[in-house]
Write a protein of this length. Sequence first.
Length: 682
Amino acid sequence: MLRIRGLSVIVGFLGSLLLVSSAALSGPLRDGPGGADPLERLTPRQRAAARALGEARGHVDAGRLAEARAALARTGEVASLEGYVELVRVRLLMKEGSHTQAYEAATHALEDPGSRALRAALGVLQGEALAMGGDLPGAELAFERVLGSPGIEDQAVRQSIELSIVASRQRLGSLDPAIDPLVLLDQNYADTMVYSTAVPTALLTGPAILDRATAALEAGHPAEALALYDQAISKTLNPVQRRLAEMGRARAFFRERKYRSAAEAYGALLPDIEARFWRARSLARNGRVEESLEEFAKVARGSDEEFASWALYLKGTLHEDRHEVAEAIRSFERAAQYQRFPGRVRSALWRKGWVQYGVGRHADARATFEVLVEETDGLLARLRPRYWAARAATRAGHASVGRGELNALARDFPLTYYGWRAQERLALDRAGLIVTQRALAEGTRRVDDEAIERAALLIEAGLDDLARDELRIAAARARGFVDRTRVGILLARVGDYHRANQLVVSAYGDSLARGLQPGREALWWLAWPPAYRETISAVFPEEASIEPELVWAIMREESHYRVDARSAVGALGLLQLMPDTAAQLAREKGIEGFEPEDLFDPRTNITLGASYLDQLSTRFDGRLSAAIGSYNAGPRRVSGWLRGAAEHLDDDVWVENIPYDQTRAYVKRVLRSLHVYRSFYR
């Protein structure tokens, strides 16, 4: 029997119109992606045929079979649609009860299906026709054949096919037709976790329990892992396995944030160098900083260079937290000497330069940041030390040098976080900066015109589900500018903003940062689309302290435009709201009967998310960096980061001082996207 694995919820397109109108927005991308939209190239005859096909499918689904035949007769001879006309004809035959004819028609169409997505759809109907004729084993083989066919490695396409198979079983009566197919998939075809307790641990050997414990820890379940490690240790293990179990147990304590227990567990494994290093980290997290410094010093004196460099770096951060500047700088300088570990070298140089900047040693800081620029690969990665080297030059009394370097960043990288910061400091007009004359390479083409036309016709027909599978397969082949923009625009048409966005960002990250290129506007439109524009306009809070562009920026960086996004900690939907927070917001907005699943509805998610952002902005007096940081880390933490002198720091300095790496990076990404959205659509 076929089993479908690895299912996640597939949510179709919900929300507002895809394309924006010039009356609604201003800015260089107010007219959308322009002439790159393949739908604009369809002829009237093609449009008429596509609409007839869409009508035919609708009639078949509703059981209006005579009307379906009449609509199919109006599809004409459009080569790109012929296979899908046959697909609907097979569905019609099955509705009429002519399962033998349906099977024969599907088999004939499969001789030259035209596309992999169509082949899969026909294969599913072929299996369903066999089942209708009583050949259940043959049907299962047909379903297996579909899932094993080449070209459907894309997980979303595979899930779409799996959903079609479940829907077929519902029509056949082997699965309850009253239940949502998505629910049936979740209930009947879920993966079994690696660390499942289906076999009682009492019956397992020590090594088997150890494997189960390690799997639980890697899956993010430290509490379960702890219990399993204890059981494994009580069994027979060889010396290597016992060390792995004891080290894993200590690591599970650390992951559980039980730092005192972690320190004790690692302490029992001394003088092991790895255990000593992690004991030092546990002691620091437990507030026992002096003991931690002593342990880090011992690790630094050891022969293991990787742990030594890491220990010196962390030792420097502890000294930095205690305002022991000389000791911090010495530790960072020593950590930066381990050239075998370039990532650690860069981190140590950054911390050294930042400490120097913070205590007013601006000339020294500039020198350190300049070294860091040389040690850093990649134009975009160098922007941080370049920006702060320029800021340090200004603070050191070399204003003209600093302004010149900031001006270069503002003009060469106008659509980056540090380029925006430079523009703000120099009070430059962004309208004159965001366009570049740099030429973008055309690249190769691997998606043929027929595939694009076929997908466009399916969209014109209103058959977005079929178009989506065609486009996701095409996306895997897309290479150059033409491929990525044509496929991307059509993906956005069917509501897959996420895949459309990733299709261009993954290939043109550096180029996107350098500025908008005339004639290539579609790339930037796809990278920062005005997704769900009408929904945002309809639900945006009156007299809000925020701007609609902030909602887009949060949406881009939180969920990457995925309606069905679900984080590891339980945040849901486009703006990644936690259910408890959303429930409170719903009560405040007078929304009755709110359920967490409502967050997968774009209108509900945007309504509550925009309201929450407005509240946070008001709480922090319009300081967007703080509001954005609190959206990620919580308002209480951010309030703590603003206490005392921190409240009066320059905003760029305050952002660099955010103690959580993840939150700091998040704030920069959102501020960058906010800047881009303002530049493109305001």
